[in-house]
Design a protein around this ligand. Sequence first.
Ligand code: FEO
Ligand code: CA
Ligand code: CA
Length: 689
Amino acid sequence: MTLTDRPARRLLPLLPMTGHTTGKRSAVTCHLKCADACFHPVPNTSENDYFRDIAAIALSRRSLLIGAGVGAAAIVVGGQVTDVPSAAAAQSSTLPFTPITPVPASVDAVTVPQGYQWAPLIRWGDPLFSKKDVFSPEAQTAELQARQFGYNNDYLDIIEVPWLGLLGVLVANHEYTNEGIMFPPAADEAQADEQRRIAMAAHGMSVVQLYRTGRSKAWKYKVGAKLNRRITVATEFEFTGPAAGSPLLRTKDDRSGTRVLGTLGNCAGGTTPWGTVLSGEENFNGYFRTAGTSDAEKRYGLGNAPTARGWEKIEPRFDATNPGYENEPNRFGWVVEVDPLAPNEPPVKHTMLGRLKHEGANVIIGKTGHVAAYTGDDERFDYLYKFVSKEKYDPRPRLNARWHNKRLLREGSLYVARFTGDSPSGEITGTGNLPADGAFDGSGEWIPLVVDGESRVPGFAVDEVLVHTRLAADAVGATKMDRCEDVQPNPKTGRIYVACTNNSDRGKPGKEGATEANPRNANRDGHVLEIVEAGDDATATRFAWNILLLCGDPKTNPSAYFAGFPAEKVSPISCPDNLAFDSEGTLWISTDGAPGTIGYGDGLFKVPLEGPERGRVQQFLSVPREAETCGPVIKDEDGMVFVAVQHPGEDGAWGDQHSYFPDYVAPNQLTGDGKWGGPRPSVVQVWRS
Ligand code: FEO
Ligand code: CA
Ligand code: CA
């Protein structure tokens, strides 16, 4: 059955809206993406301030130093002084550009700097396996969608494969769906069910083989290529690590607790040094109905109400109140790993990295050869985590080395971050005004949750730590953060960058107020932290930190701070989300939420980290109406940039589309060359003209 088999057009209440917004995101985005997380009570009700005070005594500024706002930092841990390497002071760039003027949020266009042009590389509905799988929103089926590029692309990478010549592989996450603008209104419950099945097939991930005719030439994707793959809610995953097989992961469909169908809410991710892709399962709670009574369910925002998409109506496992499915929600909220070069290999979910609302995960090889993976829990007042592998990375270009490296995330240790400020608490006023020492900065430690497979949390067995990670982290006094999104190690310097996107609740009555690591109450515009691991080793258990950026529009927000760079000379920026680095170690930030805060479209920004330009935020592009900018990939050596444009026209409706990106043809028209008059989340390629 296709969606147009039935003539009647009566809008079913498939996706009830709450009708309110956070002042940042639209009501639709809140409802569909995060299950209205900002309108529910903050799930973290633990009281951790006590631990912060103890840590402040244990780690003073004298024992751990970082120079904020300078090109090199000295870090002193355990009496040893180590110079942290810094990149060249003056950064040349193969992507020279004049920053664009900020674009009003109502503009339905991709705006790039003068001298650059853009084109979609792949769009929602483009066929992956056969040109016969033609895209048509009015004739869509679940089977077709499972053979096409999915919806709402978030994480993105373009992995070049040297031994395949001029070939590459695109890997993208498909975080969630918006049925109200994807399809005509369902005529009846049977058609609504088919839309639910299509939506399931539009979630997950895509792997797409690319080719080009020479370096610096635009990439194209190849229909029917060997590496093309769709991963959906129906794809089988294997659990790895200490919680695989745990009774907490068993259901009536999988009494072994070792296999699960599907991945959900795939937000950001990271490409590993061994060429696989990690993807974070983020807002999984919005897909499940549960009893909602246990501490663990409450801590993850799981409740007893019909879900927005109603998948529980067609697959009983999405209603965890059904006998035998109580643990199904425990099987989501993980970091998954996919090998894009092994299309027939089952993807895995790594229990060793804990279960939370993972934004993504990024791996760096430490000085000892062990690898570290950083991952943030994107919820107001939740935490920042680090995994360290038991085994060492094998750098040899051999197949068996790659096989070894693909197992590195299965065994090791898991830590959660505790940040300690070095300024008196009276100087952290919640306004964002700098304390007397001129910096929001201090020291920190990675508190162990699991070390070499053994629980370090009193009262928690290892599988309990890994499945109920938020509860375990509450128990050890982790620092409550302002929604950690991407956490990205700089491959040039080893420093770690953390995008804290915002936290409207900080400082509200009954909620934790400003801390030095999260120094603004009602943090509307977000901030970016810089971490230097002790000894410049990613496997260290102590670190120094400082705040690189307090985001905002300096014209209207005097607390906006850009590492000391003159505020009048930067592009306004709000709600930092995804992070990336170019070949020179310069930071690039994409945003999600600027329309609701500073009134401009979301965009992509370049931020030098070294020398006199440190902190100079420069806007490179702006995305269409109601879209966020995701998955930036910076191929500066090719003069090329890629972004995933997610949820364009999010607030529209089938009969009232708000965006026509990227095809820009008449509303809801399908042209002979496959263009459609409605919003299509797409991967955009930008290159120098
Ligand atoms: Fe899917 Fe935390 O953004
Ligand atoms: Ca300070
Ligand atoms: Ca994100």
